[in-house]
Design a protein around this ligand. Structure first.
Ligand SMILES: *Cc1c(COP(=O)(O)O)cnc(C)c1O
Length: 466
């Protein structure tokens, strides 16, 4: 399988080249040249497979430059760290199915991709005798999942900036409580945007970036999307038997369009009639909802909500979908992205019929989040985190009678205990390993929001060679 850029300036990359490149060198995003199709017969045989076995079947159709036995090993190790043997178990709540994606080490769905990506990075660096210093900024979830994906790995150091005092206590300890020597946490006196600006500024310095083998681990890496395709397929195979012959809809709490884009790829791979609609759920930052409903992709100010991992306006994976919406014509993608960068808006109102073949969308506000958490606590004795509650609420609004609908549960409620308490008036008991983690002494340095200071720190602690 070869990979190419959505903007046409990069082509004929292998999977491993695409993974190491991350963002395409022409500023676009990397996509496989074609989406492999699975026929009904093959799909039916996948029923018997365990999660890692299924992951191998799905991923190996996109990866032809890692030997099968090595790929199997990378996958098996990635999912052996999950607390559920099924990896992503499905539970049933009234009319809805809930796909629990939070059984990894940091209790959020990003572990599913980053546990795999960490192994792939280590494997490729070993194979090619390279080293890597990952730098990134986080508002909470991504940084901790990235750290847990690469902690203790050979040939990789990771430097994660977070805004001091502005991530939740659990998130903070999930980063600073990690004892491995290759993990460097920096608390910045500033906001998340300041942290991001520091990272961006350093990535802009080509010489420094090269000399220190800097890399990113953000949501645009193709390997992350690919790892997420697996659980869509897994759930279509494992919802209750009487619904097996019906097409399934998915409701997905969305920020950067990464998770739901994986669902779109799964829909394209599987035979007709397996996946029905993808329900895109946003919080008050509703650019993607406006896009699906009215073709209005225009940026507004980001507002802070109780679902912080979805407080995003320009969705970094959106360009991948645009490529398919524009009939795989890179020139049109390039033109649209240039326009979006200069005006902050795209008028796609001529495309809504096309978009609605695959998507439905709904924005959910804080009051509805609280109500939804409260009612599921009362009626099902089940605690939803605020992100998951947004997907559940959207599904209840939009779900069609008789269509089995799977809601993606993207975080464990304990990660966002404050909102859960507001909704239920109950404190959530900390799981034992988290309670233990909270006792750890954190390892972290503090810094002003100054890229020069961060560069000095990287030059002191970055890996230069194996
Ligand atoms: C990252 C995240 C999301 C949004 O996922 P995208 O791929 O950015 O759309 C939703 N919920 C939680 C808990 C997250 O951490």
């Amino acid at each position: 399988m070869q990979y190419q850029s959505t903007r046409g300036g990069v082509s004929s990359l292998s999977f491993t080249q695409a993974v190491m490149m991350g963002l395409a060198e022409d500023g676009g995003l990397l996509l496989p040249r074609a989406i492999p199709r699975i026929n009904r017969e093959t799909f039916d045989t996948w029923q018997q497979l365990s999660y890692p076995e299924l992951a191998f079947e799905v991923m190996s159709r996109f990866i032809d430059d890692i030997p099968a036995s090595d790929l199997k090993n990378l996958i098996a190790r990635a999912y052996s760290n999950f607390s559920s043997e099924e990896v992503t178990p499905i539970i049933h709540l009234g009319d809805l199915h809930l796909l629990e994606l939070f059984h990894g080490p940091t209790l959020a769905f990003k572990d599913i991709a980053l546990q795999f990506l960490g192994n792939v990075f280590e494997y490729l660096l070993e194979r090619d005798d390279q080293v890597l210093n990952i730098i990134g900024a986080t508002s909470g979830d991504t940084g901790s999942a990235a750290i847990h994906g690469v902690k203790g790995k050979n040939r990789i150091n990771i430097f994660i900036l977070h805004p001091k005092g502005r991530v939740s206590p659990v998130q903070e300890k999930q980063m600073t409580g990690v004892p491995d020597e290759n993990v460097y946490n920096v608390a910045v006196h500033g906001t998340f945007d300041d942290c991001q600006a520091m990272v961006k500024s350093i990535f802009g310095e080509v010489e420094f970036k090269k000399a220190y083998h800097l890399g990113a681990i953000n949501s645009i890496n193709w390997a992350r999307v690919l790892a997420q395709v697996v659980y869509y397929i897994y759930s279509t195979l494992h919802i209750t038997t009487h619904e097996k012959d019906l097409a399934t809809s998915f409701s997905v709490p969305t920020g950067n369009f990464g998770d739901i884009f994986a669902g779109y790829i799964a829909k394209k791979m599987l035979p007709e009639g397996i996946i029905s609609k993808l329900i895109l759920a946003t919080n008050e930052n509703d650019i993607l909802t406006r896009f699906v409903n009215d073709g209005d992709y225009s940026m507004q100010e980001v507002v802070a909500t109780s679902s912080p991992s979805m407080d995003i306006q320009a969705a970094s994976n959106f360009e991948r979908y645009l490529y398919y919406l524009f009939d795989s014509e890179p020139e049109r993608v390039k033109e649209a992205m240039t326009q979006f960068q200069s005006t902050g808006a795209l008028d796609l109102s001529g495309y809504t019929e096309h978009i609605k073949r695959d998507f439905q969308a709904c924005a959910v506000d804080h009051q509805q989040v609280v109500e939804t958490i409260n009612s599921h606590h009362q009626h099902h004795n089940y605690l939803l985190d605020p992100h998951t509650a947004i997907g559940v609420r959207a599904a209840l609004e939009l779900k069609k009678q008789g269509v089995p609908t799977v809601c993606l549960a993207t975080a464990h409620p304990v990660k966002f205990g404050e909102t859960v308490k507001e909704a239920t008036a109950e404190d959530i008991p900390l799981p034992e390993d988290i309670a233990q983690l909270m006792q750890e002494r954190g390892r972290c340095v503090e810094m002003q929001s100054d890229p020069e200071e961060f560069k000095t720190y990287i030059s002191q602690h970055g890996r230069r060679s194996a």
